[in-house]
Structures are given as structure tokens and as C-alpha cells.
Write a protein that binds this ligand. Structure first.
Ligand code: NAD
Length: 400
């Protein structure tokens, strides 16, 4: 047992501490959203068995919560998080997982966790063993990894991702999260090495290895689905996102998913399809230039239009409308689920286009929901969560 008062230590888009009670409270709030979304259609269906790769924060955590709280799913979660040690707190994903695990145990749901490098053979092997022993097979695999680097276990090569444009220098508006001023950011085009590195990390190679490992072990149930996540966004962010290195990696991921789809259809009558999600506040998105300011504006406009969605609302919609038991996914011309439909709606994007050029250091708090962005970012680490007693010592150890 080790208790301490935990304070936020934030620098730009990094926070090096996490509050266990705040993280637990966030997870419980998501569980409430998912439970409220249960309907007659979700009752009475056979319990789902779900593997979530990248299950501890952001979209993967929300997918796990939606599966468990809406469908009583048994889940195996894979993630890479630091556990607490002595008086040093763990990472938010460690505390989020502990909170989900507690909920699952109280609700009689299977919950098993693998903490380690999902890109490695060792962690794939451990996961395969755990899925076999705890779930038998899986009906759904959600793939939600976001990482700056990956070592290919077959070649030993380490890839490093970069967030750069391709071909041309990008000059655009961004917010300096340390000084809270609007800056012009200049990002030089990526080298071939940078493009290759980003595709090596965030492209489809690891997903293919997971799919093969699960198929080889006979762990994908008849009709099972594999769903990785992607992002497209509006033209405003294309130079740095969709047309940049990360977009190149996402195209590779989407292409790989199509190939896996062919394999699953012929082998187990299953499907693989990308879900294109909306921009949300996560640790991964905070690191991308331009995106925090875009999200600050997007959140204000979507709230005003009554369209606000956090990861849990997106994942509820993913299950309810597309991949829950008995649902038929609605796909676009590229066989993708589009949960970014509301973000990319004409009215929302017209307003973004008209406001974006007018944003300055003097007016960004009035024109965007930056304060909500900042709070949302701190909440990722369990801070600024209502009804948490931050001045009291809190237990740092937790069980996953
Ligand atoms: P996130 O940073 O919140 O979560 C990343 C997850 O990956 C965590 O569970 C982390 O533990 C895990 N992880 C990272 N490296 C790992 C490793 N080596 N081994 C095991 N686990 C590892 O990220 P997110 O924003 O939720 O992104 C998840 C996916 O959703 C990504 O594919 C991202 O591109 C996509 N997406 C994100 C957004 C957005 O706005 N955040 C929008 C659309 C799509």
C-alpha cells in the first residue's frame, strides 16, 4: 500500500502524473453512458467475446467499456502502461484498466489483461494463450494502437513515426499549449525515411501479424470481425494529417484491412473493416500540430449543434449502428464505417472554415472551446474531474 497526494505535472502535450481516483471516475462516467445506451436490441443477445488491442485509453478503452457495459462482453485488453511503483504513480491507462477491471469483476464479466509491447511476438503469444483460456474464441477484435515507434519482431528493425507533410512545407495555425498563444507552425516535409518509418509504425503490418496469429490459433469465431481505427478529417488538416505521413500510414492500414477482409471472408465468413472515427481529445491527438486547436473549435461548434461526441459516444454508436450482434455495418464506397459523419457535416465544416482564419491569440478563448479542450486533456490523466478530493492522499497501487 502506498498513498500520496498526486498533482498534475504537465508540459505541453505531456503529463507525467496520473490521478487514480480521477481516472476511475472517468471510467465510471463512461460506463454510465454505455449502460444508458443499452436497449431491447442489446438485451438477450449472446455475450460477445472481444479482444481490444490498445485497450487502456482513448478509443480502445471506450470500445472495451461499450462492449462490456452494453453487451456484457468478456474482454481481453492489450496495452502498454506503467504500473505504479512505490510512491511513483502509474500511467492513466493503468488506472483506467484497474477501474474497468473492478467494474467487470463486480458485474461478473470476464476481464483479462496483457500489459506489454503489442508489436512483439511475445505479447501476441501471451494474448493468444489468454484469449484461448479465458474466452475460447473472439467475435470481435478492435485494433486501437497509437504509438510513436514500433520494432518489427520479424526483422528487428525499429520504425519511428513523424507527423509531417509530404512533398511541401506546411505553414499553418496551431496553439502553443505551454504558452497558450496562437502560433504559425512551419513543418518541413518528411524524408523518405520519415514516411517509411511512420508507415512502419501506424500502417497495417502489425495488424496483419495479429490477424495471422489469431487465425493460425483458431481463435476467430465464425463470422468474427476485425475493426481498426482511422481518421480522415477536413481539408483544413489534410496537409498535416491525411496527406501527410500519418495519412500515408492510415492508407496502408486501410489497404491491409481490405486484404485481411478477403482472408476472413473466405476462411471464417468474417469481415475486417476500418472505422473512421471523429477527432477527439486523447494523448495521441494532442501530439499532432494543428489538431488541438482544430478540436477546440470543433468541440464548440458540435456542442452548439447538439452533436457533441466523446470516444464513448462514438463507440456506443459503433456497436449500436454497425458491429453489435445482429447489426449490419453501413459502409462507404471504400468499405469503411464512417463515425466521422457528424464532424464532417456541411454545417459544422462551413462554420469551421469561416472561423478558423480569424482565430488569434487575443480571441481564441472566445472563438473556440479551448478551456474545455484543456480540461478534457487534464481529465485524460484524472485531473479536474468533479468530486475528486485532490488534496487528500490516494492509494497508488491498483490491480489489473
Ligand atoms: P491513445 O493514445 O488514447 O491510445 C493508444 C493505446 O495504444 C493505449 O491503450 C496504449 O496503451 C496502446 N499502446 C501504445 N503503444 C503500444 C504498444 N507498443 N503495445 C501495446 N499497446 C500500446 O490513442 P487514440 O487517440 O485512442 O488512438 C487509437 C486509434 O484511434 C489510432 O489508430 C488513432 O489513429 C485512431 N483515431 C484517433 C482519433 C483521435 O482524434 N484521437 C480519431 C480517429 C481515429
Amino acid at each position: 500500500m502506498a498513498t500520496a497526494v498526486v498533482e498534475p505535472r504537465i508540459r505541453g502535450f505531456i503529463c507525467t502524473t496520473a490521478h487514480p481516483a480521477g481516472c476511475a471516475s472517468n471510467v465510471n462516467a463512461q460506463i454510465q453512458v454505455a449502460r444508458a445506451a443499452r436497449s431491447d436490441r442489446t438485451n438477450g443477445t449472446a455475450p460477445l467475446r472481444v479482444l481490444v488491442i490498445g485497450a487502456s485509453t482513448g478509443y480502445g478503452l471506450a470500445a472495451r467499456i461499450a462492449a462490456g457495459a452494453m453487451y456484457g462482453a468478456g474482454t481481453v485488453g492489450v496495452f502498454f502502461e506503467r504500473e505504479s511503483s512505490g510512491t511513483r504513480c502509474g500511467t492513466p491507462g493503468f488506472y483506467n484498466t484497474a477501474a474497468y477491471h473492478r467494474y467487470a469483476m463486480e458485474s461478473g464479466l470476464v476481464s483479462a489483461n496483457v500489459n506489454g509491447d503489442a508489436y512483439s511476438h511475445e505479447i501476441k503469444r501471451k494474448t493468444v494463450e489468454l484469449v484461448a483460456s479465458r474466452l475460447g474464441q473472439v467475435d470481435l477484435v478492435v485494433y486501437s494502437l497509437a504509438s510513436p515507434k514500433r520494432t518489427d519482431p520479424d526483422t528487428g528493425e525499429t520504425y519511428q513515426s513523424v507527423l509531417s507533410p509530404i512533398g511541401e512545407t506546411y505553414v499553418g495555425k496551431t496553439i502553443d499549449l505551454n504558452r497558450e498563444v496562437i502560433n504559425e507552425v512551419t513543418v518541413e516535409p518528411a524524408s523518405d525515411e520519415g514516411i517509411r518509418g511512420t508507415v512502419g509504425v501506424m500502417g497495417g503490418d502489425d495488424l496483419r501479424q495479429w490477424s495471422e496469429a489469431l487465425l493460425d490459433a483458431g481463435l476467430l469465431a465464425d463470422g468474427a470481425r476485425i475493426v481498426p481505427f482511422s481518421y480522415i478529417g477536413p481539408a483544413l488538416t489534410w496537409p498535416i494529417y491525411r496527406s501527410g505521413t500519418i495519412g500515408r500510414a492510415k492508407e496502408h492500414l486501410e489497404g491491409t484491412t481490405k486484404a485481411i477482409d478477403g482472408q476472413l471472408r473466405s476462411s471464417i465468413g468474417g469481415r475486417a473493416m476500418v472505422s473512421v472515427n471523429k477527432a477527439v481529445i486523447t494523448q495521441a491527438s494532442a501530439a499532432i500540430p494543428v489538431v488541438p486547436l482544430y478540436i477546440s473549435l470543433l468541440y464548440r461548434i458540435m456542442r452548439e449543434h447538439g452533436l457533441h461526441e466523446d470516444p464513448i459516444h462514438q463507440m456506443v454508436r459503433l456497436f449500436n449502428d454497425h458491429i453489435g450482434p445482429g447489426r449490419t455495418p453501413a459502409l462507404d464506397g471504400e468499405d469503411r464505417i464512417r463515425l466521422d459523419d457528424l464532424e464532417l457535416g456541411d454545417a459544422v465544416q462551413r462554420e469551421i472554415d469561416s472561423v478558423w482564419p480569424t482565430i488569434t491569440t487575443e480571441n481564441f478563448r472566445a472563438l473556440t472551446d479551448y478551456d474545455a479542450y484543456k480540461r478534457g486533456f487534464r481529465q485524460l490523466f484524472g485531473f479536474e474531474v468533479d468530486s475528486v478530493a485532490y488534496d487528500e492522499p490516494v492509494e497508488l497501487e491498483a490491480e489489473i
